[in-house]
Design a protein around this ligand. Structure first.
Ligand SMILES: N[C@@H](CCC(=O)N[C@@H](CS)C(=O)NCC(=O)O)C(=O)O
Length: 211
């Protein structure tokens, strides 16, 4: 299998970490969604990363669909989803917000960094900032004081949350800043959870990288 995409992308990272968790060997094709756009279009007509090329040549795009394939490849027992229905619903709910947060964090950069000077749509930027803040608050309220979201076993929900928060911490740490007078930190549980995840060997083998 060949995973295409840089490790500054939270979507590429959630796939790379899952591949590591499943001990599935893969080649890593480190190309940029922007600088190598032409090459990427030949692989994925959407010109987006991640893309995962299977050994028979099939190309899967979109991290959630790629993970669906990998989960089925390893089987239910090894899959990074809780086996009970309630646990799974909670994990799905968490993944929805965490992956959406990553999308909003990437959109924030597109709206602020990639727009020509004078072309910034400030109401749009303000809306995305509010979406990021509300999602961080939501995740903070549900982040566990120890171990992982569902207990002892790491799930896709932990990975999605950790890679999104790491992306924000590296690219736009101001979203995480506590501007209140007390200044005790706005997201202590969320950040501690992110650090616990990032200390794992499977995360370290796919580290956030600023190219
Ligand atoms: N929902 C997609 C999001 C993927 C995504 O937005 N990737 C970004 C890189 S972080 C990208 O390729 N952007 C280029 C573009 O949208 O033109 C997923 O989960 O894989």
């Amino acid at each position: 299998m060949i995973l295409t995409g840089q490790l500054d992308s939270p979507f590429v990272r959630r796939v790379a970490v899952a591949l590591n968790m499943y001990a599935l060997p893969f080649e890593h094709n480190v190309i940029s969604a922007y600088d190598d756009f032409g090459e990427l279009l030949t692989l994925n007509p959407l010109g987006k990363v991640p893309a995962l090329q299977l050994d028979d040549g099939t190309v899967l795009a979109d991290s959630t669909l790629i993970l669906d394939y990998l989960d089925h490849l390893v089987g239910e027992d090894k899959s990074l989803w809780p086996s009970d229905l309630i646990g799974r619903a909670k994990a799905l709910s968490h993944v929805g917000v965490a992956v959406g947060l990553a999308e909003k964090a990437v959109e924030f950069r597109t709206e602020t960094v990639r727009r020509p000077p004078g072309k910034v749509d400030q109401p749009r930027v303000d809306r995305v900032r509010a979406q990021i803040g509300a999602s961080l608050d939501w995740l903070e309220q549900r982040s566990p004081g120890e171990r992982f979201l569902g207990g002892d076993k790491l799930t896709h929900a932990d990975i999605a949350s950790a890679v999104a928060v790491t992306f924000i911490a590296n690219k736009n740490p101001e979203h995480l800043a506590d501007t209140s007078e007390a200044g005790r930190g706005k997201y202590p549980s969320l950040l501690a959870h992110m650090q616990r995840c990032e200390e794992m060997a499977e995360f370290k083998a796919a580290p956030f990288t600023d190219y």
